[in-house]
Design a protein around this ligand. Structure first.
Ligand SMILES: [Zn+2]
Length: 346
């Protein structure tokens, strides 16, 4: 195996395990195939109130079940939160931030892009016309029926805002290369791109601990997708460009990811993630020797059956790989007579 999981029992939802001195690992449930998220509490000291407490990294999805688990956990742990830090805008990370920031009236830390994109996406379309969302699905090669049904569903759906509680109206900006002090330690801010716009990872130089969020995960690979908000994005290039920096951290770094388990083996994992995408790109170059739609390419990238929730992310992932090859000028991208993109290897 390329990574070694540390020998700590997986915490039950609403419980915790110490993974490193002063760092507690928590788990919250998710209503998806990926059924959990890891959150971390780091011992901290609040200079204003002169109280000991914990800085929290990520918050869980904004559903009543998570809130109930938070209430019970906070009672058991009997210490306040001092800071709420969110790695990126996805609802399993930011969902409960508003609740926790309000409860303790503490500062809320995010990178600039993640904060504002989270505010924008959770506010929904505000009645804006949906033709561009429809066109995105057509370009992806989805059937006319599928596009019509998706369009109908969107009308009755509040989108991602349903699982994100109102986001605090103020944030403290986390920036690449700067540090944030938690307790007596300084954590270095590292930015990863591609899975989300300006994903924050935190690295502790003294203890060699990396909080990697979704940027570096064991076993599974983070979704790298092109979505309807920016169909000409090239997030795979951004992801591949921001992974190698993590190989500059020591080999013995303890990685605390947002899904699965904490592990040692950062260098191997970074190599594997890069390799994984290059393999997908190679398979697509071969498959698209005769022009293919984005939907045609799904079986090349995904061997498992895809449910509706997964299909949305799978299309976006296939799109990101094909756009990468298009912007590398290795593929042509034409539009056929029914509006589908046809990608063909040059
Ligand atoms: Zn994510």
């Amino acid at each position: 195996m390329a990574v070694d999981f540390i020998d700590v029992e997986i915490p039950e939802p609403g419980q915790w395990q110490e993974v490193s001195p002063g760092i507690l690992w928590l788990r919250m449930p998710l209503p998806f195939d990926l059924n959990h998220i890891n959150l971390y509490l780091i011992e901290d000291y609040d200079a204003t109130s002169k109280t000991k407490g914990y800085a929290l990294i990520d918050t869980g999805i904004g559903l009543p079940k998570t809130q109930a688990l938070w209430d019970s956990l906070l009672t058991k742990i009997n210490a306040p939160l001092t800071k709420v830090i969110v790695t990126h805008l996805h609802p399993d990370h930011i969902g409960m931030a508003g609740y926790l920031v309000d409860k303790f009236r503490v500062p809320f830390y995010m990178s600039h892009s993640e904060y504002f994109v989270a505010r924008a996406l959770s506010a929904g379309s505000r009645g804006a016309s949906g033709w561009q969302d429809d066109e995105y699905l057509v370009r992806c090669g989805m059937s006319a029926d599928y596009v019509t049904q998706a369009s109908e569903k969107r009308k009755n759906n509040k989108g991602v805002g349903q699982v994100i509680l109102p986001i605090p109206l103020q944030h403290e900006r986390l920036q690449e290369g700067e540090e944030i002090k938690i307790g007596t330690d300084h954590w270095q801010i590292m930015i990863g791109r591609g899975h989300s716009p300006e994903h924050v990872c935190l690295y502790n130089k003294q203890t060699h601990v990396l909080i990697s969020g979704d940027h570096v995960l064991p076993i599974i690979t983070p979704n790298i997708g092109v979505y309807s908000t920016e169909p000409n994005a090239n997030p795979l290039k951004m992801y591949l460009d921001t992974l190698p920096q993590f190989k500059n951290l020591p080999e013995d770094t303890l990685v605390l990811p947002s899904h699965k388990q904490p592990f040692i083996g950062l260098h191997n994992r970074v190599d594997e993630l890069i390799e994984h995408h290059h393999e997908h790109l190679e398979h697509l170059r071969e498959f698209c020797k005769e022009g293919k739609t984005i939907k045609d390419c799904l079986p090349v990238l995904f061997k498992r059956e895809l449910n509706e929730h997964n299909l949305f992310f799978a299309i976006a992932e296939a799109f990101s790989h094909l756009n990468y090859l298009y912007f590398q000028q290795e593929m042509r991208r034409d539009i056929n007579d029914i509006g589908h993109y046809i990608f063909s290897t040059k």
